[in-house]
Design a binder for this molecule. Structure first.
Ligand code: ZN
Length: 345
């Protein structure tokens, strides 16, 4: 009798261990991207709450047809033809954007200094006349202006108008950028909000910084680019304060394409700002496995919830969009990983 109970007990134990093993293997084999995991974790305390606010904001500001599309990602057309070309150049952790329209070209930032040569080569390859009509240093952080010393000092490229944000920073990076400019006799200017310039048949308007802020990032030069009926917004690393001022500002910042500020940091792309911009496409310029854990899950969650197509340089390399003034085409399909920086929140 004792032996019978022992056998039963051992049998049950083996069955339990077996079930535990099976379930462990099962759990272990499911790879949950951090963003998705976070998205589920935060569903109750972040996404739902903020999304309701977001939808309300959209309802107030937009027509009913737009509401119907709020969670449906727009169609992505693959192609590279169009008079307007925007190249979000992969410079690892940093920003560098080349915009071309007709015979004109503009470079917004050039990544860290060690990417300078790469950006120079990229621009050289794209431009027939090797002339940049505009160079915008959004703000003096090294991941934006570092590479500009190479661009200004280049023996193959020439630059015309050079815009600085007016926020001074006494850094080694700044020193090299200014030295390179001096050698070429280049002079920078600080644009004012409301200034408008032509870039081929496109125009761009300076919409920020609306005022001088304490934080370097908030002082980023923000530009609104328009070509035909298409609109694009580039705001460097502008954060919450600067975004709030642009929402309150006089410019209609409703856009088709948003370059996500500050590499997808949670300190930028607030729900209110995103509702106002209501882009169909967003591009995140960010380095793989960066030390800042960018892009942050909160931003990805917001973009995902809103049904925005997201392109990322860390996963897709340089991302290019083109337009004929009506339609926007992309060189690749959007990312579907929703993968946040490791350890991000
Ligand atoms: Zn940055």
């Amino acid at each position: 009798m004792k032996q019978f109970f022992l056998k039963i007990t051992i049998g049950i134990l083996i069955a339990v261990i077996f079930i535990l093993l099976i379930s462990a293997i099962d759990i272990g084999s499911i790879k949950i991207p951090i963003a998705v995991k976070d998205w589920e974790d935060k569903l109750s305390n972040f996404v739902v709450e903020k999304t309701e606010g977001l939808i309300e904001a959209i309802k107030e500001g937009n027509s009913e047809e737009n509401n119907a599309e709020e969670n449906e990602p727009a169609e992505v057309i693959i192609g590279t033809e169009g008079d307007l070309e925007i190249h979000f150049i992969d410079v690892g952790q940093g920003d560098a954007t080349l915009i071309m329209c007709g015979d004109d070209a503009m470079l917004i930032d050039a990544g860290y200094w060690d990417y300078g040569e790469g950006v120079e080569a990229y621009v050289d390859y794209q431009l027939e006349d090797n002339h940049l009509d505009y160079v915008i240093a959004t703000h003096p952080d090294a991941d934006h202006i570092g590479g500009l010393s190479e661009i200004f000092g280049s023996e193959i490229l020439t630059c015309d108008k050079i815009f600085f944000s007016g926020y001074d920073r006494d850094t080694g990076t700044m020193y090299y950028v200014e030295e390179a400019m001096k050698e070429k006799g280049y002079v920078s200017e600080v644009p004012s909000v409301g200034d408008t310039y032509n870039l081929g048949d496109a125009t761009f308007t300076i919409i920020g910084p609306v005022q001088m802020y304490e934080e370097c990032n908030d002082n980023s030069i923000c530009i609104l680019l328009e070509y035909g009926s298409t609109k694009y917004l580039f705001c460097g690393d502008a954060e919450e304060l600067a975004e709030a001022d642009m929402v309150e500002g006089i410019y209609n910042i409703d856009c088709d394409v948003l370059k996500i500020s500050h590499h997808g940091s949670k300190t930028s792309t607030t729900p209110t700002f995103l509702a106002e911009v209501s882009p169909e496409y967003a591009v995140i310029s960010v380095g793989e496995n960066n030390e800042y854990f960018q892009p942050h899950a909160t931003v990805l969650n917001l973009l995902r919830n809103y049904g925005i197509n997201v392109f990322r340089t860390d996963e897709q390399g340089s991302v290019v969009c083109t337009s004929n003034g009506e339609e926007i085409k992309w060189n690749c399909m959007p990312s579907t990983s929703w993968q946040a920086g490791e350890g991000a929140n």
